[in-house]
Write a protein that binds this ligand. Structure first.
Ligand SMILES: Nc1nc2c(ncn2[C@@H]2O[C@H](COP(=O)(O)OP(=O)(O)OP(=O)(O)O)[C@@H](O)[C@H]2O)c(=O)[nH]1
Length: 219
């Protein structure tokens, strides 16, 4: 098992003839499952897509997606990591890769596979051997100092989502500070503020995903 900050041990997988693989990571409870469900609802009629969920001991996230009928059952696979979530998305990616490849074999012409990580800390990122793009989801109620603390998820993810903006007044979080600090540590990489509760069709995030799937499949 590698350390949190060690180099990625895996090479990026060849891209020809397969869907874009999108990782969604972030701390426990930040809204990863809510975002996965929202993206499935918004994109399922325009993109051929499937989802892999990760939980430590249960299949709770997959069960949530199935209960909410965001996709056909056969398009959702649960990985039970039995270990720290970051290990399964970065160090020993075999169970996740098997699940992704299984979905790709079972569903012809998939265009997007979302891999939702279990909740972990600010250092957890996906291996490039598992995903092509990654979104890191932070929760406003974790405090407005979190973006400036940095960590690879915050600084290097392809898209940083700062979720639960509806809670900012309740927890005294200054969204301006989060915006300024994240811009500073991310050196131009995009940041989107969202409230999945108030805006369940996540328009800016869905647009970002559409654009990247299109680029991946057609370039
Ligand atoms: N107020 C508010 N609550 C939200 C929002 N997005 C998600 N939630 C709630 O936050 C809680 C956690 O959301 P999940 O989507 O389960 O979070 P998660 O990151 O998948 O959690 P783990 O998989 O356990 O790490 C749930 O009760 C959601 O309904 C939001 O924008 N605003």
């Amino acid at each position: 098992m590698g350390g949190y900050h060690g180099p990625d041990q895996h090479h990026a997988a060849p891209k020809a003839g397969r869907p874009m693989r999108l990782g969604i990571g972030g701390p426990v409870g930040s809204g990863k499952t809510a975002l996965t469900a929202a993206l499935c609802k918004v994109l399922k009629d325009e993109l051929n897509l499937a989802v892999v969920t990760n939980d430590i001991y249960t299949t709770e996230d997959a069960d949530f997606l199935r209960r909410n009928a965001v996709l056909d059952d056969a398009r959702i696979m649960a990985v039970r990591t039995g270990c720290c979530p970051h290990t399964a998305i970065r160090d020993d990616i075999s169970a996740n890769l098997d699940a992704v490849e299984d979905l790709e074999e079972r569903h012809e012409n998939l265009e997007l596979v979302i891999v939702e990580s279990g909740g972990d800390n600010l250092t957890a990122t996906f291996s490039q051997g598992l995903v092509d793009k990654q979104i890191f989801v932070l929760d406003v109620s974790g405090g407005d100092k979190v973006p400036r603390k940095g960590g690879p998820g915050v600084t290097t993810s392809d898209l940083l989502v700062i979720n639960k903006t509806d809670l900012a007044p309740l927890v005294g979080a200054d969204l301006g500070v989060m915006d300024r600090d994240s811009a500073q540590v991310r050196e131009g990489r995009p940041v989107v503020f969202s409230s999945i509760r108030e805006e369940p069709d996540v328009p800016k995030i869905a647009d970002w995903v559409r654009t990247h799937v299109h680029e991946f499949l057609h370039h």
